[in-house]
Design a protein around this ligand. Sequence first.
Ligand SMILES: Nc1ncnc2c1ncn2[C@@H]1O[C@H](COP(=O)(O)OP(=O)(O)OP(=O)(O)O)[C@@H](O)[C@H]1O
Length: 288
Amino acid sequence: MIELKHLSFGYEENKPILKDISLKLGDQGNVIGFIGPNGTGKSTLFLNLVGMLKPTSGEILVDDQPVAYTKKALNKLRQKIGIVFQNSDQQIFYSIVKDDIAFALHNLNVPQDEIDQRVDRVLAELDITKLKNRPIQYLSGGQKKRVAIAGILVLRSEWLLLDEPTAGLDPDGKHRMVALIKQLIANGQKIILSSHDMDFMYEVCDYFYILRQGTVVKSGKKESVFLDEQLLLDSKLDQPWLVQLHQKLHLPLYPTKEALFNDQVLQARLTTNAKTPVSLPKVSEKTD
Ligand SMILES: Nc1ncnc2c1ncn2[C@@H]1O[C@H](COP(=O)(O)OP(=O)(O)OP(=O)(O)O)[C@@H](O)[C@H]1O
């Protein structure tokens, strides 16, 4: 359980970015989403969660213990909560893929044969075994992101924080990233995501926090958070398309697009309607 108690944070004095946030992460499901427009403080919050930034006031408790900011305590914390940054270049230090993934394990004095096993396993899990000996500089953005995730997964931390995991990826890269996250979720990995990609968040998360200018303006499950169109508009966010279909065309609220496309009852109704001739309004002829 990660608990934030009246957490505030500012990079500069008297300019708070995060304002009095209190919440508990861990009892609402395994996949938690923080949603908010650019600059609202999502990355700043994540950096506070892993102890890379220290709250200006308030505190963070992990499993009921306040986070301590000594080197030893922070190393321990990072084995519990791993973070994958939005920009993979901030995370990758070595020039060869396998060395970069093994980096943190060397720091923790894990024996070499166990490091080799863990690296091979994570490469296979992320379907990037062929990249093992590749120089990082020759990787695409999507491949770098996978290597950055591998470098954290190899630590087997309880929580995985993914900051904007689909940012900058092309449609194929995005599909592959969504599939990977779904696979991690199916394996029981606890994940905290940040994004303003509403369709993606709607489909993968169990519970949501909407952030606006550093405060949580709403939290809850899909049904309560996404049906509030005005709240999303005020927060400069779009409604997910599945929610729009529900609210504007009165279709059921499907949790995923697969659920929509596999709905036999809906398909039968649409097929019947398609066979009914539709009388189109007459277009009046133009006279000069
Ligand atoms: N190192 C820093 N020093 C000073 N201000 C910063 C620093 N990093 C971020 N900020 C400011 O803090 C605010 C929140 O930024 P943050 O990156 O946390 O937002 P975000 O919600 O993650 O945005 P995005 O969706 O664009 O990644 C912004 O106004 C940003 O300019």
